[in-house]
Design a protein around this ligand. Structure first.
Ligand SMILES: [Zn+2]
Ligand SMILES: [Zn+2]
Length: 220
């Protein structure tokens, strides 16, 4: 009998849990690599996300009627639909609150969140919850919360950063830092509240999206 008692049992359970999560992660990666049917891959993605999150809602801890939610919608960022860093487990209540309002196909020619579909503050909050949970449960590994470089670059562009801007940590930590930063529509509102119009910003079009940057000589 182990002298550590409950602590040893807990450690053993955690190790078994990590092994199961890793298996689910490998199954998903293999299916994606072999280009299995989308429905098959999505089902493996969903199974992995729920297992990784300890089969409970990451937002409130509820264990009933769970769903693996795409933090950044499939319609907006299809390339991230099977990435492990784009999913979070939510209960029915938290899930419907994440989808409240616009839930259709976005018009990609409009700026992000122009139709209220992206709900940037929810997106930023879900990434923060996921990171806090990963650190607390010791599951923070890049394969468990993976976002490709190309997705991280899109996140930076959506938020108005230079695509080469560097952020510390693995993909989940980087996503958190990017989404916590001031979004462009807020910057415009701050400029307007200070009596400055868009002539005080630099403007550029990236992939159909108009991005605004505060001019270097503007002192807010
Ligand atoms: Zn919940
Ligand atoms: Zn969802």
């Amino acid at each position: 009998m182990c002298a550590g008692g409950n602590y040893c049992e807990l450690k053993f359970e955690m190790k078994a849990e990590t092994t199961a999560i890793q298996e689910a992660c490998e199954n998903l990666a293999a299916a994606a690599r072999k280009r299995r049917k989308v429905a098959t891959c999505l089902s493996l993605w969903s199974k992995f996300i729920r297992l990784r999150d300890g089969n409970r809602c990451v937002a409130c801890g509820d264990t009933g009627r769970l769903a693996a939610h795409h933090i950044c919608r499939k319609g907006f960022l299809p390339e991230a639909h099977l990435q492990t860093g784009n999913g979070i487990t939510l209960c029915a209540t938290c899930h419907s609150s994440a989808h409240r309002g616009f839930n259709g196909q976005p018009k990609l020619s409009l700026p992000m969140d122009a139709e209220g579909g992206e709900k940037l503050e929810i997106l930023a909050r879900l990434y923060e919850l996921l990171l806090t949970d990963a650190v607390r449960r010791g599951t923070l590994r890049d394969d468990f919360y993976h976002l490709s470089d190309s997705v991280l670059i899109k996140f930076k562009l959506f938020q108005g950063f230079d695509p080469t801007a560097a952020f510390d940590g693995g993909s989940l930590e980087q996503a958190c830092s990017i989404w916590k930063a001031c979004p462009q529509h807020l910057l415009k509102a701050v400029l307007a509240a200070n009596g400055l119009d868009q002539t005080w910003t630099c403007q550029t079009k990236i992939g159909g999206l108009t991005m605004y940057y505060a001019r270097a000589d503007v002192d807010l």
